[in-house]
Write a protein that binds this ligand. Sequence first.
Ligand SMILES: C[S@@+](CC[C@H](N)C(=O)[O-])C[C@H]1O[C@@H](n2cnc3c(N)ncnc32)[C@H](O)[C@@H]1O
Length: 270
Amino acid sequence: MPLVLSMKCLPATQGIGLLSSHILKRFSSSKRWQARQLKDRFTREAAVQGLKSRAAFKLLQIDEKYHIFESGQTVVDLGYAPGSWSQVAVARTQPHGRVLGVDIIPAQPPKGVSTIQGNFLDPNIQAYVREFVRDANRGRPHPPSTILDAEYDDTQLKSNANASSDKQTDPKQWDRNYSVDVVLSDMMMNTSGISFKDHAGSMDLCHAALQFSQEVLRTGGHFVCKFYQGAEDKALEEQLRKLFRKVHRLKPESSRNESKESYFIGLGRK
Ligand SMILES: C[S@@+](CC[C@H](N)C(=O)[O-])C[C@H]1O[C@@H](n2cnc3c(N)ncnc32)[C@H](O)[C@@H]1O
């Protein structure tokens, strides 16, 4: 099914009220979660549009507002699983774009997405990712006569990474001749419910994504990063302002009100 990738067919009141609140109270928390998913208009619309999750609508709203995608771009999607942001990125950068997803958990990548499985906080994984994007053609769609699966060739990449591992683990020695146009990070570990702990974990992921962007983003490139709000997000914003011409905060409409997540959008790497 072709991806429509539209937010326009989502009337605000659609689907609310499928289950009355007195019934919901009797449910266990997992039942409540299931019920919430069922009545959530973004979840249902994601299924209709063939998207892997409702998270797609956050990125669609960000792109509608800030126009981060263009055809032919290289996009790195950190924390890509299950893959709806990557689906949006593939659709918005086709026909010649390339999308590389990285996630700590194994997942079936969406069509047209190359993937690396690993913990992005691990310097070796970051080295693999840098190695991948350094070759401007790697993971890019081929002409119809030579179609190859965009799936990541682990063997080849590992051997390349090992061949020059000293250079890769020291980002300062790594020349900035990269062509990444957009770095997305929707990374979030499982939340504990303890605000300061979840905030601190989120900040670690954001700093890793920002440091990586500093190493690989081309001048003019863009950055989108989920963060869990808390005491340190102002300092992160200051760091973003040093690297990008414009920095915005956005809590997308499809982000649940009760969630402390929000997004930084860094536009135009200096
Ligand atoms: C909210 S989900 C991302 C949803 C995704 N944007 C989508 O549209 O389908 C957050 C993801 O971050 C991943 N993640 C969390 N910590 C990570 C880490 N240290 N390295 C790589 N991925 C990580 C999780 O495994 C999870 O799949």
